[in-house]
Write a protein that binds this ligand. Sequence first.
Ligand SMILES: [Zn+2]
Ligand SMILES: [Zn+2]
Length: 363
Amino acid sequence: MIAERLREWFDSHVAGMRAAVTRDRRVMEVVRVPEPGSPGSGEVLVRPEAVELCGSDFHYFLGDIGTIEDASTLYPRIQGHEASATILEVGADCPPALAPGLRVALWPVSACGRCYACRVGRGNACANISLIGVHVDGALQEQLVVPAAQVFPVGDRDPALTALVEPVSIAVRTVVRGRVASGERVVVFGAGPIGQAVALAATDRGASVLLVDTLASRLQRAGEVGADVLQVGTDDDLAAAAREWAGEDGPEVVVDATGVPVLVQAAVELVAQAGRVVVVGLSGDPAPVRVGDLPLKEIDVLGVSCCGSGEFAEAVDLVGRRSKAASGLVTHEFTLEQAPEAIVYALEHPAEVLKAVVRLDPA
Ligand SMILES: [Zn+2]
Ligand SMILES: [Zn+2]
């Protein structure tokens, strides 16, 4: 009996490694779990160093995932898809460039290779997609085995900056989908981390960007990414103000990084004739758009989910070149023990927290 109790105590306090497990809606706890062991062929064992939290983590934590019907199938799950890690061990048949000690950014996307999206080279929109931290356990734990194809060496960069590669990769995908070109005018709704990352990726391509938000605190931080800003209240005429900025034709590209249905409607109205609307914000709600705007303006309305591997590599480069602007997105730091507190705090303080990072202890 005593031996059994002792073993239980040992397992929960000493053995294994620490992980922040999301057990149920709004329930995350840091516990000990078994270590994953050595990597198999084509895999690497990594030690996460920094994990950032984003809007989709909040959706998962709240059980509010539009695309997964039954929320009870979500848990338990170790979250964390925006991560910096160091390689601990490299399995057989991995690229020779991968070696223990290297710092990498995790590309969370794994695709089936068989569905229509995969067959046309868009595995990031795979019908059977598997994302680290969403469909399989993520980086809020001390060790993790991942396919070698999903780690991108970044050189000697701060882990919190490295973890930003993932959200920035969504922004790279957004400007690629929106075909943002030098000299164009881009209006971005939402100055949260994704909106600001889109502004960074668009200004990097030589576009002019107007970031629109209701929160002054978010817009205050936006200057660094080289965007103009517009703070709006609920009663303001957003379209008129944005048109004044963009000129008579309207902006060539409008990006919605909020998921607020009326803003998708506003984007369709605001965008120039023959322009592009890119929707990256998530929501389960319908957005009313004037149907005639689509044919009469001949606009493209495009969705963005995750990015492809080439865009992830572009994001590694962009974060390196614009490191000062990018690192300004990280506003709060927590430890792994504080991860449950971090997700609740970030969720409940959107005006204050732009990006919260969970830093894990070094090996
Ligand atoms: Zn994210
Ligand atoms: Zn597929």
